[in-house]
Design a protein around this ligand. Structure first.
Ligand code: ADE
Length: 265
């Protein structure tokens, strides 16, 4: 996979390429990365990349000529790449989009700055527009890093067995189960006994339960939009019964103890 980032701040990417899984993937030839300075394609003494908007208004717009020059140069290096503009107006980036991008030949990531880019670039030089969230960054550079990071770790062979992407949060539209490592007791807080039991079936069941309960509490939308397996349905039904039992047992004790002994009604 070939990533080419177009930016007016290519230096921002140097430390990014040099750390962690991205750096390892580069060294193992799983990915190749480069940054093209949009300013190299700007004209004039000041190599200006932005200008005032036609029609007036505040803010500056990225000029089309330097962007077009930089995109053409990137296309020459990697003709099969998908050209993506990072913009808050793009389609939302999520794990599914990361998987989709991971199966492409390469990505040309165009980082906008200022108020935006000249519309003619969006029409004629861009295949896709992506946003990493409903907030406005000062430029697309951080969004490009997010995409490179999320896509790189999905490329076969980039993550070893010990940190495989298959069991990630979201890869199955549920959040990951709880994790523990040594020490067994940390500030009086013990690792759940089942994880020390050696009973792999029980451990798998516990993991599925914690994964479901987290998803239910933190991201119920994920559960609502995904078919449940029969084991998951069985676990959810068991919770319903447990909750009903708690309510039933409480109601046998008469007045609400929290309302100062007053009968409700
Ligand atoms: N540029 C500015 N804000 C952005 C965002 N939220 N996503 C992608 N690119 C951006």
């Amino acid at each position: 996979m070939n990533f080419i980032v177009l930016t007016i701040f290519p230096e921002m990417f140097k430390p990014f390429w040099e750390h962690g899984i991205v750096s390892r993937a580069i060294n193992q030839d799983k990915i190749s990365v480069s940054a093209i300075d949009i300013r190299d394609f700007a004209q004039g003494k000041h190599r200006t990349t932005d200008d005032r908007p036609y029609g007036g208004g505040c803010g500056m717009i990225m000029k089309p000529e330097p962007l077009a020059g930089a995109i053409r140069a990137a296309e020459k290096k990697a003709p099969l790449s998908k050209r993506i503009l990072l913009t808050p107006q793009g389609r939302p980036f999520d794990q599914r989009v990361a998987e989709e991008l991971a199966s492409s030949d390469g990505l040309i990531l165009v980082c906008g700055r200022y108020e935006g880019v000249d519309e003619r670039i969006c029409h004629d030089f861009i295949d896709d527009e992506i946003s990493i969230g409903d907030y406005i960054l000062t430029g697309g550079e951080l969004a490009a890093m997010v995409i490179v990071d999320a896509v790189t770790r999905l490329i076969p062979g980039v993550l070893g067995g010990k940190d495989s992407a298959e069991k990630d949060s979201f890869s199955d539209s549920v959040l990951e189960h709880a994790h523990y490592t040594r020490p067994r007791v940390f500030e009086d807080d013990e690792v759940p006994g089942v994880l020390l039991s050696g009973n792999h079936k029980e451990i798998e069941r516990w993991r599925l339960e914690t994964s479901l309960i987290r998803t239910f509490l933190k991201r119920r939308d994920l559960l609502e939009n995904r078919p449940l397996s029969s084991q998951e349905i069985e676990i959810l039904k068991k919770w319903c019964l447990d909750i009903e039992k708690i309510i039933h047992d409480q109601s046998l004790y008469g007045p609400d103890p929290l309302s100062g002994g007053q009968q409700e009604g």
